[in-house]
Design a protein around this ligand. Structure first.
Ligand code: AMP
Length: 278
């Protein structure tokens, strides 16, 4: 595995040595877990070359968010990438990626500013900015993103379409602990009491999925069911429980194969999201 810290150097390497190879790309912010690993493994299976990036992108964090304390585990991340036989690990410093007074990219005014975007205004501008930069550095054939960040995934697909990028976006399933909790680098912030509370998130999605399987189609009833389970677990800070289609339009009636159930809560100071795709 080659570790590269300079954007130009990665570009030159890929151009010179892998001109005719399929390139799979997995962008991450590090603190890698089995969720990231599943993306890397899929990329390895589907491409000749796999590039993983680790970059905690400052422009997608709002003032007061956890940018300064976001977990950094470069040595263990490196080991995971080596074991997965990643070809290139891109690990840039902030000043390699950003200059002052940049050309900016703006998330769409509806889809970029509801739900996650309403709670974290500007987050998706920064996310799209870094993903576009990374796409332009790596020029991947396929890029791998988790359904865990559903709105992010939908917006990246829209960016690819709107900007006519020649990149295939691969939607990857959510990897969970055996107890259902969706893996997230932020789970490490949870105390043991908070961790137990957090289990109610996936439990509520599971129950909702079961109710839908049994014929429930009323989105309001599903939202109420989820809210009851979260409240029972004493999760009081519910940011949203939403039922949308794949265009992120709110649904009143659940459409099979075109519905995403979305949850965002805060447990203590930790913000967690999870979702279920039908
Ligand atoms: P992050 O490092 O949190 O920016 O995540 C990097 C990529 O891994 C994103 O595409 C995430 O959606 C994906 N990811 C994070 N957690 C999971 C998970 N539990 N299952 C599948 N993919 C995930």
């Amino acid at each position: 595995m080659t570790i590269i810290t300079q954007a130009r150097s990665l570009q030159e390497n890929l151009k010179k040595n892998h001109k005719n190879s399929s390139v799979g790309f997995v962008p991450t912010m590090g603190a890698l877990h089995a969720g990231h690993k599943s993306l890397i493994e899929l990329s390895k299976k589907e491409n000749e070359i796999t590039v993983v990036s680790i970059f905690i992108n400052p422009t997608q964090f709002l003032a007061g968010e956890d940018f300064d304390k976001y977990p950094q585990k470069f040595e263990s991340d490196k080991k995971i990438c080596e074991l997965c036989k990643v070809d290139y690990l891109f690990y840039p410093q902030i000043d390699t990626i950003y200059t002052k007074d940049e050309v900016l990219i703006k998330a769409p005014s509806y889809k970029g500013f509801i739900l996650e975007g309403e709670n974290r205004p500007g987050h998706f501008d920064g996310m799209l900015q870094i993903v576009l930069k990374l796409f332009n550095i790596v020029h991947p054939t396929n890029a791998y993103f988790g359904k865990k960040d559903a709105q992010q995934l939908i917006l990246i697909k829209q960016m690819v379409k709107n900007l006519f990028l020649d990149i295939n976006i691969v939607e990857c399933d959510i990897i969970r602990e055996a107890n259902g909790l969706a893996l997230s680098s932020r789970n490490s912030y949870l105390s043991s009491i908070e961790y137990t509370q957090a289990l109610a998130i996936s439990r509520s999605l599971e129950r909702a999925a079961k109710a839908i399987a049994n014929g429930q189609r009323d989105a309001l009833a599903i939202q109420a069911l989820i809210k009851d389970i979260l409240t029972e677990a004493e999760i009081s800070n519910i940011e949203y429980i939403q039922v949308v289609n794949r265009d992120f339009e709110p649904l009143t009636t659940i459409e099979l194969k075109n519905t995403i159930l979305l949850i965002a809560v805060k447990i203590g100071t930790t913000r967690l999201i999870d979702n279920f795709w039908l």
